[in-house]
Design a protein around this ligand. Sequence first.
Ligand code: DLL
Length: 448
Amino acid sequence: MHYALIPTMKDLSFPPRIWNPAECMDREALNALQLYRLKEAVARMSIVPMYQKKFKEAGVSVEDIKTLDDIRRLPFTTKQDLREGYPLDYIAVHRSEIARIHGSSGTTGKPTFMAYTQEDLRTWADLCSRFLVAGGLQPHHLVQISFGYGMFTGGFGLHYGVENVGAAVIPLAAGNTPRQVMSLMDLKPETLICTPSYATVIAEEVQRQGITPDELPLKYAHVGSEPWTEDMRHRIQDAMGIMVFDNWGLSEAFGPGVSGECVYQHGMHIQEDRFIVECLDPDTLEPVKPGELGELVITSLSRKAMSIIRYRTRDLAYILDEGPCKCGRTTKRMSRIKGRSDDMFIIRGVNVFPTQIEEALLRVKGTAPHYVIEIDRPGAMDEMTVNVEILPEYFSDKMSDMKEISQKIGDAIKSVTGVRAKLNLVQYATLERFLGKAKRVIDKRKLG
Ligand code: DLL
């Protein structure tokens, strides 16, 4: 019934700017489809002992899901639940139906495994194709994938998403940055795919080799997998003369492909026919209003191997309080991820996110986009030291010569976060470079 309400491919122009007509459904049809698939997901997961127990404890079954609001009757799933179900107790298909296994990066603990059926892999490729096309990918394009391949979902996920569009892949993977630039110059891909922090490293190598934005054939980059800021976007765009798009996802819900930006770069379109994304107050677990920051809680509606129910992502963002986008997509949009609740640190009673420090640093002319935040408690009080690289033309061995820039950085951090930080201005190219997700915070309180 619901499929008939989706516009057909014939309604769309070629070359495609919208990959899947499901991105442009009208709200009523979309809600009907979501409800149908939510019931399917609950029924599917009801055979998994972990969910049987959870549904029983919550006193809810598939028959109770009558409207979309009834999602709130369903229990949450946490990373801890998946850890307890190690290695794959939470899947809803027979082992023989598994087509691939990936692992979460384990940024904040033991890795967890994620299974996919053949159908899941096709759905996932389609999801990745959607945001790639939204950000300019065309079937005749060439794409350089500079994500790690392997258990991490970034490499393979995007690889099949690109091929699904009919475009070609250079599966270069992360590392050997001079070779990345050689490939950009010689094979001339239109699109680059990597983490935002690795994009800054590639951009830096482009500049080091004296290549101007006009000489670089690259047009677009799709970056994701870690928090980053609007200022970082501008730095990467300006250095390479390209457009950079954000995309969000997590291995518990396929991987990349849950949401992504279109050419208007104004919020990430959520693939609502495949996911329900709630934005909740992390303390009360009540929904927050559009425009208000909350924790994203995700239900994966149609993943056959594991339709995760109300998964607490710990990612903080907000749903945009706006209607359909100029690009024609009707799906809800979300802001960039402001931070993860488990990345947040408290300095003298004030909550601080690494992205706030990034925002402050990059506002100041002369800083390079490379920094490390150290937290320590030498006495009774927490202390935050921000190590940041200064570009060669602004750097001096004498601290007294750098008073002005130091003052500006200190003030910017104070104005963005509300706290004063100790600063350590270091020479350009002395801090660690990251090929994948950057590690921005060293919490010495947890080490000792
Ligand atoms: O990082 C999936 C992915 C790969 C997304 C490639 C985008 C591109 P995990 O390793 O399971 O999966 O890590 C998921 O990474 O909960 C966020 O905290 C963070 N994250 C992912 N995308 C973004 C983004 C992949 N665009 C975790 N902005 C998520 C900020 C992001 N954080």
